[in-house]
Every structure is written in C-alpha cells, then in structure tokens.
Design a protein around this ligand. Structure first.
Ligand SMILES: O=C(O)CCC(=O)C(=O)O
Ligand SMILES: [Fe+2]
Length: 276
C-alpha cells in the first residue's frame, strides 16, 4: 500500500483525515524555496558542529540538531506554519490543547543503516494508550529531496491501527519519497523509521512534532531556548512551546499564575483553565 499524497492546496481537515486513516501522508510543495534557503544558512554551522548519534536508534552516521527555535528564526515559520498547526490541532482535537513536542534537524549521512522501525509514542515509556487515542502529530519537512536511495523515512502505511510492540522488516515499509519543500505528516502511532542512506549525499529532514499538552515534551523548550531569545518571540509561539497551561491546571506558576507571565508579565490570567 503506497503512502498517501496530497497537493499543497489540501486543507488541514483533509490532511488530518489522511493521517488518521493511514497514519501518514505526504503533502507536496508546501515550504517555499526562499524559506528553505534561509533555514539552510541559519542551521548550517549547527549541523556541522553536531556529533553523530551514540547508538543504533539515533544512528552512528546521523546528526540530530535541536533547539531549532533558538537557532533559526526561519524554522519558527515552519513550527507555526498554518497547515502544520491546523493539522496538529485537528488531529489532536480531543485534547484541551497541544504543544510543541520537539524540533530536530535529522541529517542522515551516506552509509547510514536503517533505523529500527518504531512508533514515536513509545517515547512515553511505552505507555499503552487506548487504540485510537492519538497523542502526537508529527511532521518531517524535506530540506533536501527524500529518495529511497538517500534514506527517505520508511513508513508502514495503516500500521497506526495495528497492535503495539510489533516488529516489521524493510519489506513491510514504503519510502516517503518527496521533493525539497514537501512535508510528511505522520501520527505517533504509525510504525516507521529513518531509511538507510545508500547515496553519497546527506538527507536532511526537519522533524517538528506536536503532542497533547498533558504529556511531557521530548525537547525541553524552557531550557533549549534561552530566556533572552524567548522574550523576543510571539506570544502564540511561546504558548505552543509550553508557556501555557496544559489542559485545566498543568504547569501553572506559584499562585496559579499563567506560565506566560514568566516571559510576558501582565499579559496572562490567574487561576486554572487554558488562556486564549
Ligand atoms: O529521519 C527520519 O526519517 C525518521 C526519524 C525518526 O523516525 C525518529 O528519529 O524517530
Ligand atoms: Fe520516529
């Protein structure tokens, strides 16, 4: 079964429905080349300085560069992209609110082997979420073309509906081939993994993921983005980063103050409940 594809004029509802159906969908041609050029130049020094991974899962020829909000103003536009946010908010609409889970450039170098096939929601200590209760909505934006040869993400379409803790081999998977500027949406429940890179060039994807705001974030935004940078960011982005309550009461400051008060004093509400 091939990976579903939509064109860039698809709306959030259509994309979210496709993610719910098969666990993954590629949307072609979403990010403009000029934005990708800015991201490349802003991230380039960090990508080069990042060490390769320490184990099989992170990849001994793969570099994972985080803190994209702090390091690349252009990446903030992808984090806040109306299609990505719209899909995440729709797909996770059963939760009171959502948050940014992680931002990570994944550069798979030549010679890298296939990443083990997994569900991203296993990060939550393998908690058995009720089938159909989705906790994550993920994107990988293609900063380079993604081809079968250079390590395009491998997906097991439809596996979002399968049991937990299954094992899949390469033949069960399909490569999410896509051109630079396209974006793969996938759920926390779909089985997938980074592909092996048999080319002589590096494959780079920007993995920007969202989760329900009652769970912990994988990338700690409060510590990854220095306070002086946080102070310059739009309130909507800060809230998405976690300067907000999760659901009714999670994450307040001292006397039930709104977490946004830490960065933007005088703008928040007091008490429980999610602001704005
Ligand atoms: O780089 C990719 O294509 C996928 C990476 C991935 O699934 C992960 O790191 O969890
Ligand atoms: Fe993954």
């Amino acid at each position: 079964m091939p990976i579903a594809r939509l064109s860039c004029d698809a709306g959030p509802d259509e994309v979210a429905a496709a993610v719910g159906e098969d666990g993954a969908v590629v949307v072609d041609g979403v990010a403009p080349p000029a934005l990708l050029d800015r991201i490349e130049s802003e991230l380039s020094p960090y990508l080069h300085a990042t060490p390769t991974g320490p184990d099989e899962f992170s990849g001994s020829r793969t570099r994972r560069t985080g803190s994209l909000i702090a390091r690349s103003p252009a990446c903030r536009e992808l984090v806040m992209h109306p299609l990505a946010l719209g899909v995440a908010r729709t797909f996770l609409g059963h939760a009171t609110n959502i948050q940014l889970h992680l931002t990570q450039a994944i550069a798979i170098g030549p010679g890298e082997t296939a990443q083990p096939i997994h569900r991203d929601q296993w990060a939550f200590d393998f908690f058995p979420f009720p089938p159909g209760y989705e906790v994550q909505c993920n994107t990988i934006w293609a900063l380079t073309d993604f081809t079968e040869e250079n390590g395009a993400t491998r997906i097991v379409p439809g596996s979002n509906h399968r049991e937990d803790k299954l094992t899949f081999g390469p033949d069960d998977t399909e490569p999410a081939e896509m051109a630079r500027g396209s974006v793969l949406f996938y759920s926390g429940s779909v089985y997938h993994g980074g592909g092996p890179n048999r080319s002589d060039a590096t494959r780079i994807g920007l993995n920007i993921t969202y989760n329900v705001a009652w769970l912990r974030q994988e990338e700690n935004q409060y510590l990854s983005v220095p306070r002086e940078v946080a102070e310059t960011l739009p309130t909507e982005l800060l809230r998405l980063m976690g300067y907000d309550r999760g659901a009714y009461a999670l994450g307040y400051i001292d006397d039930l103050r709104d977490p946004i008060e830490a960065v933007r004093p005088g703008t928040g509400s007091t008490g429980f409940a999610v602001a704005g």
